[in-house]
Design a protein. Sequence first.
Length: 302
Amino acid sequence: MAQFDPYYMMARRLAKEKFDRRDLTTITSFMVEDIERLLGPRLTDQAYEFTGIYFGSSHPQMEYRQDKGKHLTRIRLASGSTKDPADAIWQLAHECVHLITPHMGRTTILEEGIACWYQERWVDKIPQVFPEWIKTRRAAGHFPSYDEAYDLTCKLMSQDQNVMKRLRESQPVISKISVKLLKKEAPWLSQEQVNRLASKFERGRPSRKPINQIKATPKPMAAPMEPPLQKASLPLPVPTVAETRPVEVISFDPRASEIFRQAARLYAGMSLKPDKLAQFNISNEEISAAFQQIQAQVGAKV
């Protein structure tokens, strides 16, 4: 049996002649599970409810608000990515990191750097999906504030890929991780570096030169990482026009997502989760249908 590869499956979904933007909700589900595996579990101190994805404005953002005791999250993607699935998934990877630790305050350089680091992981895993401008964006120096955040995060992760898990065991909210905690768990960093990582992130302004006019060679990494990250990517530039109203909302269907996730576990040789099956009243027939869909997708890889 072929090994199930969620990155490859997402690449196939994005390569379809007609991209179904509802696929983004499935991708979001896989990304959140992937991030939990890499960085530790999402917050569970509140009943966080993910309400979906919509397109609007000129830059992406994870939105979090409290409404009558409910803790609601959703992701906004730039309007320009409506018909560009590679751009949409690139933005989504960044925002899903924020999705696992939503809070009302400003983010730190560490949280933005981790979000950029996870973006680049997707570019590295399925490079055939992404255009050249995404692969070379950071090397072009288009957004210095994200460059710094990414570089510092690479230094943090370079010696221990599990350091974020340990940090979040002590402080689950990434943007609340303190200088003291960083110094304790990452002694290879200098005092100046941990001070910067724990400081509040200032987005700043992008360079004036258009990204498609910049020619640059990606900077080599200071130390090998797993997975190897040779290039980096950045969120979209600061908007220069007023934000537009949302043009479309993609509702998140947790039941449909759970069916697909359970079938993916089965295909990968993992056991089903009975509590989730019971919670969503999922039948064997629904699991079987999703399983066959995965077989067809992965089986086409020759």
